[in-house]
Design a protein around this ligand. Structure first.
Ligand code: FE2
Length: 187
C-alpha cells in the first residue's frame, strides 16, 4: 500500500494580508505565488505548505466552539531552535497563546489572526517508539493534555544551562506554571 505524505493546509480568510504576514513570520517563510485573491507560502522544500484564500464575502472569525480542525503542528530539532523562534516571534509581537508540556512534546501554541491554532513543538524523546511508550504509560493516561508552563521560565533555564532532558518534563512544567492566559485543562 502506498503511503502519502502531508502536503499543505489551505485557510479561507477575510484578511489575506494580515494572515500572510503572520504565517510568514511564524514559519520564517516566503511567498511562492500571490494573486487572484490567493497566496501560496512555503518554508521548506515543498512548493507550498500554506495557502490563503481571500473570500469575496464577509468572513466571520472562527468561533471557539466551531467544529473544525484544532491546530497544525510543526516540529523543531531542538529546544534551542524552538526557543530561538519563540524569541524572534516575540520581537515581532507574536506570543504563544499557551505553552504546554504534553510529556512526549514540548509545545508552544500560537493563535493566528483568524483564531486558528498552530503548535510549534519539539519531541521530548529521541525516537517515536519512546514517545509511543510514554503515551501508553500512566502519566499520559492520567492526563493526556499536560501542563501549561511559563515560556519565559523555560527560556531562562535553557539559557542558564539546565539540560533539555530536565526542562522537557511535566515535573519541571508543574514547578514553572503558566503565568496567565489560556489553559485548556479548564472548561
Ligand atoms: Fe498537537
Amino acid at each position: 500500500m502506498a503511503t502519502p505524505t502531508f502536503a499543505h493546509a489551505v485557510f479561507q480568510t477575510g484578511q489575506l494580508d494580515t494572515m500572510k504576514q503572520w504565517y510568514l513570520d511564524l514559519l520564517d517563510g516566503h511567498v511562492v505565488y500571490e494573486g487572484h485573491n490567493l497566496c501560496f507560502l512555503t518554508h521548506d522544500e515543498e512548493h507550498h505548505r500554506i495557502a490563503l484564500l481571500q473570500l469575496p464575502v464577509p468572513v466571520e472569525r472562527k468561533a471557539p466552539n466551531a467544529a473544525w480542525m484544532h491546530h497544525l503542528a510543526y516540529t523543531f530539532a531542538s529546544a534551542e531552535d524552538l526557543f530561538q523562534r519563540y524569541v524572534e516571534l516575540k520581537e515581532k509581537g507574536i506570543a504563544p497563546a499557551m505553552p504546554l508540556q504534553h510529556g512526549m512534546t514540548t509545545s508552544l501554541y500560537y493563535e493566528d489572526p483568524d483564531g486558528n491554532f498552530v503548535e510549534l513543538q519539539i519531541d521530548n524523546f529521541s525516537t517515536p517508539d519512546e514517545a509511543t511508550a510514554y503515551m501508553e504509560g500512566p502519566e499520559f493516561d492520567g492526563d493526556p493534555v499536560g501542563e501549561p508552563f511559563s515560556a519565559e521560565a523555560f527560556l531562562a533555564d535553557l539559557r542558564s544551562g539546565v539540560p533539555a532532558a530536565e526542562l522537557t518534563t511535566r515535573t519541571w512544567a508543574r514547578a514553572h506554571p503558566l503565568e496567565s492566559g489560556l489553559d485548556w485543562r479548564r472548561p
